[in-house]
Design a protein around this ligand. Sequence first.
Ligand code: BES
Ligand code: MN
Ligand code: MN
Length: 456
Amino acid sequence: MQQIKNYIEQNKQRMLDELLNLLRFPSISADPKYKDDVIKTADFVAQKLRDAGADNVEVCPTAGYPIVYGEKIINPAKPTVLVYGHYDVQPPDPLELWHTPPFEPSIRDNKIFARGACDDKGQFYMHVKAFELMMQTHTLPCNIKFMIEGEEEVGSDNLGHFVQANKERLKADVVLISDTAMISMEHPSLETGLRGLSYLEVEVTGPNRDLHSGVYGGAVANPATILAKMIASLHDENNRITIPGFYDDVLNLTQDERDAINSAPYDEAEYKADLGVDELWGEKGYSTFERTGTRPTLEVNGIWGGYIGEGAKTVLPSKANAKISMRLVPNQSSDKITKLFADHFTSIAPPYVKVKVNALHGGEPVVTPTDSIAYQAAQKAIAESFGKEPIPTRGGGSIPIVALFEAELGIKTVLMGFGLDSDNLHSPNEKYDIYNYYKGIETIPLFYKYFDELSK
Ligand code: BES
Ligand code: MN
Ligand code: MN
């Protein structure tokens, strides 16, 4: 442990500067304008893996953005850890809400503000630096493989093919991912589940063209009004989702499991104050952690139609649109839920409009084991570096690749994230605490140490 601390202390500034350089790349996978930047980011990551001591580093082309692979096999008889992360980031919009530019990392109050600071550049780069540390101090006890992709934020469409085509190369005993959050630094935790996702776009069309709202208004249905009503009908008075069959496959938790989730520290007043809301909302009968971690949900991610420019324009729009996502829990299936939604949404359309539903992407929910050697290693590592046993929690976000690794490679995952829910992932002013960054670099080598010890 002292050796780890010493190495970090001696290399502190450089480890931080390298992360800041990584954060300067606008690797926005959703926007084709940034194609060159995304590719340059992959090259940067590959070079950093080589510098840290990885062998066989390759920027592997896919039909979309490349996957960066690198490995260090110290002894084929030793256990192997596959580290997964993503170098792409979400679009930074709305830009005007950032206090400093998203791709010019700025440090305030010991926090790094930049798009990707926490999700996921700051987090996967801890693994690159922890690997460097183990190489430099000759303490790497296991084999390590890195797979850092560039399309996570747009659904990892090409990762499935890569995994299928590289089963031998990706063989490992566990997948280790830092792309989730802890409750707080005072209450370290390990996520033991992720929700699945069904993401769709809907379009409601009324008249065949935009109309003068005075000339035609009152005689023709307004698709924006109809869309709003259709969306509003998707939740009932208990905030349950009204799509027939939606809850059929949901695995209900035992009272013990519910008690465990509700025993995690939670300060509702603080939670509300942080978000600036006076009251919370959600499915009746469930606590906040249950609602976000164990129950399926439906959210409107965007809604538009008609005139949204400056000033007023009197128009009865021809079309209205929305992007809708549903978070799924075990044993729901993304394809099935997508179909249930499409059938239901089409069936509730009144005769004044036509409805189109277009599925964008999806992913399956997962629960990760807590009785595995790898989970125990993560527990011991965190207990040692934080001085406290981690609390198991269920995360609300999605990392579709986790279910895929399990299905394609038969490998389970450990979600050892060091972010915070309040780090503004996907929001303006995303941040990552410098303390968390170094804490991660300190904890990761301990994971390897205990994973190797417990595997013997
Ligand atoms: N790192 C997040 C997922 C996450 C965040 C899990 C916080 C747990 C806690 C990941 O980058 C992400 O944003 N995933 C997307 C899904 C993807 C298919 C676009 C998500 O959850 O919306
Ligand atoms: Mn992420
Ligand atoms: Mn994300």
